[in-house]
Design a protein. Structure first.
Length: 354
């Protein structure tokens, strides 16, 4: 007869909503109680708002339920911060600390550190924020066999705008869409960013890529060419498509900038190449599409003069609708992609601050 040896481990498990994290109401954190006090990790704020170029602190503190001490003193505390992907299946390493050892990863190197205002403070400070820093971050604290986590969302003030290239609508695969946004001083938008933009009134009938690989578009005024006039307003979802073969427009996200956006006063109208040189002569560069949207949305920039931009398009920003200047709505008006060699317009420039 074969003998069987069973090793039985007995512990107590329960699930509870994560404290002070109402925005993640569908998530549950499972705590496992071993011998000793229960470790709790708490984010005092579930959402943090900041802007590109700024500094931010993502809050995280840890406690033991049955003691006032931050740690038991028998094990070293390990703190790990990761950035969650849209589907939570992958995590990007951001920062790890254990004792005197500290390590940051990837684009976060040199920009992140722990605040450590007290023995139980595991809050993460991120400096010189980038557009791609937007998203959800997980704070994990490990002590011996105990561990717990908290999730904090970092939101950036900014604007979502639809983009299609000179070739026209539905000409970008996913990878080209990502590059197109970067070239225009922006990043490909997330669903949450598009949803917030829709709630703020963004209405656009052309479907565009989002950062999770889905294709969607926001409708505030239902009409026949855009899903039907009897449908309800919302963000319409085409689903997930082949990132290499499928072609759509893209929704980009940009935030404020460290510089000056302006319309160049020039004695004559210019071809595209002349516009590029005129900005350079003025100590600047021809402005990008993301920069005109940021100046319009975040700074209230208003100018009725059509001007060249870096991608070869001609646009102008209207914050105060009026006759002959976007009478019906505030918007960045799109003139088109004129002939670069023969059509004459003004130019928008951007001068970065040192």
């Amino acid at each position: 007869m074969k003998s069987l040896l069973f090793l039985v481990l007995i512990s107590v498990c329960w699930a509870e909503p994560h404290p002070d994290n109402s925005s993640l109401e569908h998530e549950r954190i499972v705590h496992i109680q071993e011998n000793g006090p229960r470790l709790l990790v708490v984010a005092e704020q579930a959402k943090i708002f900041s802007h590109r170029g700024g500094n931010v602190t993502l809050p995280c503190k840890f406690y033991h339920e049955h003691t006032s001490a931050a740690g038991s003193g028998t094990h070293k505390i390990r703190v790990k911060w990761t950035k969650l992907t849209y589907d939570y299946l992958k995590e990007v390493d951001v920062f790890v600390a254990m004792g005197h050892h500290r390590k940051s990863y990837g684009s976060f190197q040199g920009r992140v550190f722990l605040r450590e205002s007290s023995e139980n403070d595991a809050s993460l400070v991120i400096t010189h924020l980038k557009l791609e820093d937007y998203g959800r971050y997980k704070c994990e604290v490990i002590e011996g066999l105990e561990d717990d986590t908290a999730v904090v969302t970092l939101n950036l003030e900014g604007v979502v705008f639809p983009y299609s290239p000179r070739l026209g609508r539905y000409n970008l695969n996913f990878h080209e869409a990502e590059r197109a946004c970067v070239e225009q001083d922006s990043v490909i938008a997330s669903f949450d960013q598009l949803y917030d933009a829709w709630r703020s009134g963004l209405d656009w009938c052309n479907a565009g890529w989002l950062s999770d690989g889905s294709v969607q578009y926001p409708i505030t005024k239902p009409r026949e060419p855009c899903g039907g006039k009897n449908t309800v307003p919302g963000v319409r979802n085409y689903g997930f498509w082949d990132k290499d073969k499928s072609r759509y427009d893209v929704f980009c996200f940009t935030s404020n900038f460290n510089g000056r956006f302006y319309y160049l006063i020039h004695p004559t109208k210019l071809t595209y190449d002349e516009a590029v040189q005129a900005c350079l002569k003025d100590g600047a560069q021809i402005a990008k599409v993301g920069q005109i949207f940021a100046a319009w949305k975040l700074l209230g920039y208003d100018r009725c003069d059509a001007g060249w931009l870096a991608d070869g398009s001609v646009r102008y920003p209207i914050s105060r609708p009026r006759k002959r200047c976007s009478p019906s709505e505030a918007a960045v008006r799109f003139v088109g992609f004129p002939d670069k060699k023969h059509k004459l317009y003004g130019v928008y420039c951007f001068r970065a601050y040192n």
